[in-house]
Design a protein around this ligand. Sequence first.
Ligand code: PDD
Length: 286
Amino acid sequence: MSRIVYVNGDYVPEAEAKVSVFDRGFLFADGVYEVTSVLDGKLIDFEGHATRLERSLKELDMASPVTMDELLEIHRELVRRNEVAEGMIYLQITRGADADRDFAFPDPEKVPSSIVLFTQSKKLADSPAAKVGMKVISIEDQRWGRRDIKTVQLLYPSMGKMMAKAAGKDDAWMVEDGAVTEGTSNNAYIVKDGVIVTRHLGNEILHGITRAAVLRFAREAQMRVEERPFTIEEAQGADEAFITSASTFVMPVVEIDGEAVGSGTPGPVATRLREIYLDESRKAAI
Ligand code: PDD
């Protein structure tokens, strides 16, 4: 079945979907995005993703071509048309296609933003990776300084995934000034003596929507949480490690730079948080 995608107001088969070569997303990575997961044909934490999208747009002085209510309807329509039971919806808004290539932002009255959404069907909840855990390497964080804005500048994270792949591992954790910032496309956590540690919010990391939900569930379950920087050495000496994101939920990390974390198998805190996250998210899905 050919996928139906959404492009600037139209639902079209993917082969017919077109964006201009002058689109600033293509020329300047001048765009923002969101990834929202779908379970049982319903959207997980749509409001969180829509709120972060509005913030990303505002930080870049970019206009949204749709209202947030319209955005919800487009997400739902794509799920319906593509019969997505489980998977992700990718959304991208760019500063549109100017008449020429020009570094200066175009006048938003003359050049409307572009919007594209598409679905990816994928098994997420019953993930084999969650049973064995991931192995990560550490790499230097060489991204720009506004990682709190979810932009489509993903070349360095892509390079990080390739470095991990070349080392025979699953992903990379990025390190800046001696402390872990986050994973290439996820937030990073460790657990020591029952305390969950994850980097505090700031411009250095993306404010994960899954992170916010998982920390809330952890606190509600009387688990202790510390939001502060941690080093790779501290992580290697932890009892457990894990990551969170919209596409992996809560995923255990069992090895960092060749050193087993704890027992080298998924730990009880990560396993429990994954269960709670899946249960609660399914209940709140819309
Ligand atoms: N990535 N940090 C980075 C750098 C990310 O790219 C992501 C998400 C996260 C987790 O955020 P959230 O919980 O809101 O998904 C943290 C998405 C899934 C992606 O690029 O595919």
